[in-house]
Design a protein around this ligand. Sequence first.
Ligand code: PEP
Ligand code: MG
Length: 363
Amino acid sequence: MGAPELADVSSGVLLIVDGDRGVVISLPSNETLQEYRSRAREDKKLRRKSRVSTAAPVTEDGVRISLGANINFSEEVAAAIASGCESVGLYRTEFDFFREGKQPDEESLVGDYSLVLKSAKGAPVTFRTIDVGIDQKSWDGVNMNLGVRGLRFCLENTDLFKKQLRSLYRASINGPTRILLPFVSTIDDLEAAHEIIAEVRSDLDFRHQRYDPKVPVGVMIETPAAAQTCDLMASRVDFFCLGTNDLIQYYLVIDRSDQSVAHLYSPFHPAILRCLHQVYSLLQPTGKPVTVCGEMAADPPSAAVLLGLGFTSLSVSLVAYPRIKRMIRSVSFGQLRQLAGQILKMQKPKDAEEIVRRTVYRS
Ligand code: PEP
Ligand code: MG
């Protein structure tokens, strides 16, 4: 519900405010109300089980999970670090970039990114290069989600891309920096991006500008094409981030911004579980690190499935950070590994979700 619609709500009307998803549901159906009540009860249960917010994200059986924060605006970084986040696993740069309504120049970008790195106080920051297209409605009959977004957009707007890359490299002397390329679907695109990165670096060398030459470059696995070929990309990248928000939308053919199909959007769908299992199996022999940074990592039951599938690095929004840490500290990694084996054989998302919820929220 948007702000003007909210102003139309008369007093006494029942509303559900879902701060996690950023939605307000007016006059919810009985079923929706029950679902939210049961979620609130489950959350409370988890809170009772583990109150240690400063403790490390280690499972009951001693497996250390890396837990980073997803950040959209530079101002959030200091708060994230102050509340104990060990890294910024995903910094979505497009929000700051387009904030003023016009393109920032290189000097102001270097200033912004340097400030982010200084605020991170030595914690690594993964800057994702501009991903336009997300959550944008189609225009002129063109669906942005299937069009020129992410890396495709950057490869068509190379001046903008080079400016952002130059700024990131220049800022990199202020702290551990990683560069992440979104919406990659072909190795040709990845090669083209590397060529531009090499050009940017030799330009900086020529201008005698300092930068960290060891900045790792990674790709998002968020298209079915990347999920199927991540092992083929591995020799060309230093790390991967698994973007389940887009991966689920493309895999299940569900527009993530279309409320009329939102009920079909499930991380427990067997196609998604199999896809994630496959990605894990393809990447494991490559030794390349992978962090899951989609919303699937931000809800305790689906995050537990990720652990069960073998993923030991997650990055979540600041809102979700405490509850995911609590979940990690209250589960057994070994038990979740077994559970994942079980749910990989299940036919229906609801059945898989039910069995995981019972494990995560056991009394
Ligand atoms: C994703 O697709 O899972 C992701 C983290 O990227 P975004 O939500 O910004 O598209
Ligand atoms: Mg995405």
